[in-house]
Ligand binder design. Structure first.
Ligand SMILES: Cc1cc2nc3c(=O)[nH]c(=O)nc-3n(C[C@H](O)[C@H](O)[C@H](O)COP(=O)(O)OP(=O)(O)OC[C@H]3O[C@@H](n4cnc5c(N)ncnc54)[C@H](O)[C@@H]3O)c2cc1C
Length: 520
């Protein structure tokens, strides 16, 4: 840790302008009320910390599970694990819950923990700038501003829908929407519908609308691997047992966690052992798709795991319906209602539904956060998005990103990663209080060493085995995946390690600056 004293002449509350004094000041401004933002708020309240605001652009809590209301939306990690360890829900009605139930779980948590009085709905973050002189964040939103000692960016890895740039898309005469912004007012019955994308969302909503539409064209760039789904309703007895004997639910959660962790062996050390899972997936397809021509189109050409592994029992049957066509040709342009394909053919449609994912490696929110020297997070990350423990970033003092770079998983629950980072933030607050730290900023060498370590683990893993995926940025760098066991991430985030930081203390308590210690 290096320690620096607060600069002399730093503005104080006494010399604030009147306009500045009108802006409410909080200790912590949290942006986002998904699992991450709500989870942090709950942890803060448990510690008796009430001086925080939750800024949310939507009109309700839930994040991913508030926004994604498309038909069939469901988690693909069992619910006993895809939920907070500190808030188990014995009442899950399915082993893999559907969106309304997960959303309800999060809404109930917000109510139970009295979070609503901290939340400002309909407040879109428009900018957050670090004020070096006052050592605080100036946070601007569409409906008001705050100043805060700490900024926690919980805007989510999958919260900015991505739509492909297709020539003439603006001239499309029909209806278009993204799966994360499903247009429930639009009736698809009998319509000619183009679905663009065959990823995690498309495989869930296509089977739910295929029987309703007149004709469906599913545009597939790469065929995904699909494993059989083990989803089922839970029984009343199971729910009763979990309610009466909470340790049973804990044991099930641990069992699911361990079996999920074991998948990693195939992902990181021996991608070849994925061939067993590939056989299961191939058999699954052979059982459900009899037409060899269609099977050829649907056969993946990359190692299972390189892209997100998908699970469904309904996807292939939907694609074999007589009113559904799988198109592998690229859409070159859109004219009026016609999609012009690379092979010269056209498809005329009434509606386009984009199942094309999110801005993962280039989130627009990164352009809103300005640190020291006024550089935005996006500018700082031009050479490849990176952070220390996926959370802190050089040049951004008193800032945490939750579920930042290289915290994504292909094999386990993101809620586990979120909880690990919550431990880290809570420990940072403890250390700040105990050591009278007013400012911290990750040291460039610590951040570089950490990221070099992450990148050194990636070669040879399944994620780098040659497919194009949303795990990779524009330069082919994997800035998304945590390439290790998740318990190792939990271990690394258990303590706020001040050695990796330059910290600043109030002048009266600051110690002389020691030489920076090497980072483990
Ligand atoms: C359809 C779908 C299914 C998924 N299924 C799984 C699964 O089964 N298992 C799993 O582990 N993960 C899954 N994920 C990943 C999922 O995103 C994470 O598990 C988790 O929900 C992320 O929580 P979060 O709080 O970090 O982000 P989010 O839930 O995305 O919350 C971010 C919040 O920030 C708000 N926000 C963003 N920008 C601004 C702004 N400028 N101003 C104000 N507010 C803003 C958003 O409105 C949102 O409420 C899934 C993702 C999707 C899209």
């Amino acid at each position: 840790m290096s320690v620096v004293e607060a600069p002399a002449g730093r503005p104080t509350p006494e010399n604030e302008t009147e306009a500045e004094a009108d802006v409410p000041n909080v200790r912590i401004a949290i942006v986002g009320t998904g699992f991450a933002g709500l989870g942090l708020a709950i942890r803060l309240k448990e510690q008796g910390i009430e001086d925080f605001v939750l800024i949310e652009r939507a009109d309700d809590v839930g994040g991913t599970w508030q926004a994604n209301t498309y038909p069939g939306c469901q988690c693909d990690v069992p619910s006993h694990l895809y939920s907070f360890s500190f808030a188990p829900n014995p009442g899950w009605t399915r082993t893999y819950s559907r969106q309304p139930e997960i959303w309800n779980y999060l809404r109930n948590l917000a109510t139970e923990h009295d979070l609503h009085r901290h939340i400002r709905f309909g407040h879109d973050l428009t900018g957050a700038a670090w004020d070096d002189a006052r050592a605080r964040w100036n946070v601007a939103t569409s409906h008001g501003a705050w100043t805060a000692q700490l900024l926690v960016d919980a805007t989510g890895p999958l919260s900015y829908p991505q739509v492909p740039r297709i020539r003439g898309i603006g001239s499309f005469k029909g209806t278009m929407f993204h799966s994360a912004e499903w247009n429930h007012d639009h009736d698809l019955t009998g319509e000619r519908v183009a679905v663009i994308g065959t990823g995690a969302s498309a495989i869930q909503f296509v089977p739910k609308i295929a029987d309703r539409v007149g004709q469906m064209h599913v545009f597939q760039r790469t065929a995904p691997w699909i494993l059989p789904h083990s989803d089922r309703p839970t029984t009343r007895i199971e729910r009763l047992l979990y309610r009466k004997l909470p340790f049973l639910q804990k044991a099930v959660r641990s069992g699911v966690y361990c079996s999920r962790e074991s998948f990693l062996l195939g992902f990181i050390s021996k991608p070849r052992i994925m061939s067993g899972a590939e056989k299961i997936a191939s058999l699954h397809m052979r059982k459900q798709v009899k037409d060899p021509e269609l099977r050829a189109k649907l056969t993946p050409k990359f190692r299972l795991g390189c892209k997100r592994v998908l699970i469904s029992n309904e996807w292939y049957p939907a694609l074999t319906r007589p009113n559904v066509e799988v198109v592998t040709d690229r859409i070159d342009a859109i004219r009026g209602n016609r999609l012009m394909l690379a092979d010269g053919s056209t498809r005329e449609v009434d509606t386009i539904v984009f199942g094309t994912g999110f801005h993962v490696t280039d989130p627009p929110s990164a352009q809103l956060v300005r640190g020291r020297d006024a550089a935005t997070l996006a500018e700082r990350m031009q050479a490849g998005i990176q952070a220390y423990l996926g959370a802190t970033v050089e040049g951004l003092p008193n800032y945490f990103k939750l579920i930042g770079p290289n915290t994504g998983l292909g094999h386990n629950s993101m809620v586990y990663m979120i909880e690990s980072q919550l431990n880290y933030v809570m420990d940072a607050l403890r250390v700040m209080d105990e050591q009278a730290i007013t400012e911290f900023e990750v040291r460039p060498d610590a951040m570089a060493a950490y990221n070099a370590q992450i990148q050194s683990k990636l070669p040879g893993t399944v994620w780098m085995s040659g497919c194009a995926s949303w795990y990779l940025d524009a330069d082919g760098r994997n800035t998304t995946i945590w390439p290790d066991f998740t318990w190792r991430f939990r271990h690394r985030t258990r303590r706020f390690d001040t050695r990796a930081y330059t910290v600043r203390r109030a002048a009266d308590v600051s110690a002389p600056a020691p030489a920076p210690a090497p980072v483990a």
